[in-house]
Design a protein around this ligand. Sequence first.
Ligand SMILES: [Zn+2]
Length: 392
Amino acid sequence: MPTDATFLLAALFIALGAIGLVYKVYTDRDLPPRISADYIRGLNLVLNRKTDEALELFVQMAKVDEDTLETHFALGHLFRRRGEIERAIRVHENLLARPNLNEAQRHQALFSLAEDYLGAGLFDRAEQLFGGLRDSTTLADAALEKLVTIYEREQEWQKAIDALRKLEMLRGAKSSQLAHYYCELAEIARAAGDRALAREHLRHTVRSESGALRGTLIRATLAREERDYAQAIPLYEQIIAADRHFISEVLPPLLECYREANRLPELDAYLERLVAADASLYRDLALASIVGNLSGSKALEAAVERFVFEHPVLAGLVNAAELRTLPAAERGTAMRRIAEALRGIALSNARYRCTNCGYSTQRFIWHCPSCKLWETVRPIQSVPLENVLARP
Ligand SMILES: [Zn+2]
């Protein structure tokens, strides 16, 4: 919804246009005084929210020059902000029909019209217009940025790469999301069974830290699928070393690799080394193990047990003191039952949340669909026990 501030802003622009014209009328006797009267009337119409009449007045205004151009843009912007896209389009198409615009003004009008199409969800038309401004001396940067957004939305990754590379050249700076576009292409190639092409795309993912991490994950997946565990295992471990947030994603396939390679004791040794280096990691391992329903690793079982025994609420709920005294086999059965209950709670709640906008999801994603940022979604590192109490 538009705010009063929007109206006031537009009114201010129009008032400035009118003042400029009045000034010109008094300093330039060749200018017909009728135009300034039109602007005053337009200002009144906008202030009184008689937008249809204001639109007609501006569209039919005979002369568009330096002084009145900004007012037209302000009016078009106002309409778009209010969701009145058809009116905005009319203002900008009307501007483009004027023969006396210079190149910068024409480009500005084309850009505004493209933004109208974008607002109306007409992506093809918007793409076409923004595409025409790729080499504009005044608006190439802004147009390329819009194109990248459109291609990202349409998941046209190769086109997004081309536009973003051009933008990077213009700005002389690398962006972090380019590596993700290559990762998207690599995932598509992998899903289609073209592993050579997937690896070719992955060569470009080392450009940024976040992209490199994701690239490593895809490389590890490719190796695991090829049963090349000697290659897959160190790649997965590299990811955990780089960012512990990925433990919940990486631990299940890592366990599978160790199991398939008949090297489970090595996994236990590796996990014990992790916890020895950073004691707080047992919680991450326990949560990943609970949620992923992982079994077969003594180190993971120990992490889950420690998590339950040391949890301030859980320990009381399950009577940890008594559990500790049970024989190993019985304790193991009890622990599996507790883990199963905890998994039920964890899976019925959001597991990941965007650190930027708070968007939450059950599945790990690299691109937040809400705020459109890359790699801001992180696992929620807790089991929301309080939600159990809130249920009927
Ligand atoms: Zn977000």
